[in-house]
Write a protein that binds this ligand. Structure first.
Ligand code: SAM
Length: 231
């Protein structure tokens, strides 16, 4: 399967393993991952965030309930919300999530946004599980036609040491453990370059006490909720 499908499957497998009830996808783009996660029965709340409202709206109709959903007993309720905003800003609508996914997001962030990202995701949102994926630049020589970066909008592409030292520092600072893996196996004989997409899975070390959860002074909302008719 294509690489993006392998990344989404990786998240689906993680959801099956940890059974989070509330999942937020940061940099959700056209909501394909959210749409796939709709079918995971453990999930009750899904939220998407992107800085680009138009890309979120492209296929958002896929997230609305199917006729068959109305025929089923309402044992399971699912709420899906899309927000327009930046991962560089804290918004209370992003609190209370069990799993936060950031798939191919960080390499699109400006330096100033990347600096604020850890405090927003790990300090403020502080979910029990965070998944971050990003290209592994060591794989690039194996990709035809890639000169500097895989995509013109990438602000950087990191090798494994760069990504892992960044991630380990965040984990240490915010009280998480992190394990590294990836998707997209290198061809035989080239195993030393590592996966095409590198992935960090962060697990919060301590269960959050209500005290620490409330220690944040309430922040005013800065994200805009995305709806069908509202432009
Ligand atoms: N996660 C999706 C996937 O794996 O298919 C899309 C990844 S796409 C390569 C990166 C997305 O991040 C784009 O939709 C872009 O608009 C969004 N993005 C870039 N900067 C952002 C920011 N500061 N806050 C939120 N989203 C951002």
């Amino acid at each position: 399967p294509p690489l993006y499908k392998q990344r989404y499957q990786f998240i689906k497998d993680l959801v099956e393993k940890y059974k989070p009830k509330k999942v937020a996808d940061l940099g959700c783009a056209d909501c394909t991952l959210l749409w796939m996660l709709k079918f995971c029965s453990c999930i009750e709340v899904l939220a998407g965030l992107d800085i680009c409202a138009s890309v979120m709206k492209e296929k958002m109709h896929r997230l609305s309930p199917l006729p068959v959903d109305y025929l089923q007993p309402p044992e399971r309720s699912l709420t899906v919300t899309l927000h327009h905003g930046s991962v560089a800003h804290k918004d209370p609508c992003m609190l209370g999530f069990d799993l936060v996914t950031c798939i191919e997001l960080i390499e699109h962030l400006e330096e100033s946004e990347l600096k604020k990202f850890p405090e927003v995701v790990f300090g403020f949102m502080a979910p029990s599980l965070v998944v971050i994926s990003t290209p592994n630049s060591e794989f690039n020589p194996l990709l035809p036609g890639v000169t500097l970066f895989r995509h013109p909008d990438h602000k950087f592409e990191w090798n494994r040491v760069q990504f892992q030292s960044w991630a380990l520092e965040i984990a240490r600072h915010y009280g998480y453990s992190v394990e590294f893996t990836g998707v997209g196996h290198p061809p035989r004989g080239m195993e030393n370059v590592g996966f095409c997409t590198q992935i960090g899975v962060f697990v919060r070390k301590y269960t959050q006490t209500s005290e620490s959860a409330q220690s944040e002074t309430p922040t005013e909302g800065v994200y805009k909720t995305v709806t069908y008719d509202n432009d």
